[in-house]
Every structure is written in C-alpha cells, then in structure tokens.
Design a protein around this ligand. Sequence first.
Ligand SMILES: [Cu+2]
Length: 241
Amino acid sequence: MGRAVVGGVVLAVLLSLSSCKKEAKEKEMVEETVKEEESPTDVKVEPTVAYAFLMGGENSAQSSGIAWFEEADDGKTRIRVRVDGLPAGEYAVHVHERGDCSDDNFESAGGHFNPDNKKHGAPDAEERHAGDLGNIKVEEDGLGEMELWSDKLRVKVSDYSVVNRAVIVHEKPDDFKSQPSGNAGSRIMCGVVKYTTVDEETLFPDLEEVRRVRKLSEGLSEEEMEKLDEEQLDELSRGVH
Ligand SMILES: [Cu+2]
C-alpha cells in the first residue's frame, strides 16, 4: 500500500474522529444533565470497541497479533489488524463464526462468519461473507498491518456483532474466488473477540517506532539491548538509515 494511501486513510480516520468527538461531547453534556436526575448506574452506554489477541498455532507459535473493531455512530465498523512474527508474504484474515480457539489447528472456530448466507468473496465485494476481511501483507521484518471499514460487521449486540467470534489468520492468501473459504489453507493464528476499554494507542504502539527498535536490536543480545539507554537508542537509529 502506498504511503499516500495510508496517509489518506489516517487523515480520513482523524477527520471522522474529530467530528465524532464533537458529537460525543454534545452527547456527554446531555448525559451529564440526565445523570443529575438519575443515579449513575441507570445510564447504560453500549460498548462499541472490541479486540482480539491473536495467538499462533502449532506451527506458528512465534507469531502474535491484535485485531481491533470499533463501531462508528453510523453503524460501520473500523477494523485494524496487526501481526508479528510471520514470514514475509500475504495471509488471509477472516472472522469465523465461533469464538473458540481451543483446537491446535483452530478448527474449533468453525466456518466463516456469514450471517447473510452469501458466497465467499473479497472484502469490498457485494457478494461476500461478513467475515471476509481480505489479506494482510507481512514485510521482511515479520510485521504486517491492515485497516479497513466494514458496513456489515458490528460491535454492538446484534446478529452482525464480531464479539465472541474468532479472528483467524491463514497460512496462504485468500484468492477471493474459491468456495467456501478462498483456498487460504490451514489456520495459523486465532483470537476470540472481546469487548475492551483499553486504548487503541496502547494496543497498537506506533509501527514505525516498533520497526526502528527492531532494526536496532538486530545482532544485539538481549543483555546488550537492556543496557542501552534512550540516548544510545537515538544514536543507533541515526546510523540505521
Ligand atoms: Cu478463515
């Protein structure tokens, strides 16, 4: 994905967030007024944010990841997935119907989440499973991230909610054609989606910073890394370019 495209996405997200914030502020003021008359426990806010910690399976135990779902006021859901520790390449990502990662091969998660009973497809196709999220691209350093919006998946309680379902990463890319699951091969990562109150920033530390520190640590032992202070890390990073 080009930097301009990423920038555009980030900007769009920031813009939508700022307008959301304004509405949220107004809503807050209304709720504040309500609170004065009711006890605080009477005010119920429906959670709109959920995440899954992805763990690697038998043959990918070194990998890990995070999936993030945030439902906006218009019912569309922003999805962000980051993985770490996979060989460079493209990997299919789907929401599967059962929030159960207990099998070694993650078959316990069942088939794709498909509440509309559609055919499998690309994440932007009209004919697709709600759980079809496309492919994540992993770079040489083992890190990969994807971000998309879905007009099918929800976070709030509904037939379309991702909560208590599973996010699965497959060993191969999704071809968006083969039925019923895009010929993506076996399941290598799995995580159950839960509501969260943890900040997005906490779960997704700045990717460039993660990459920078990773580059620095190449060739250094853990002991040597621990001895580095911030200034030394800075110095090292200047030599990395
Ligand atoms: Cu899948």
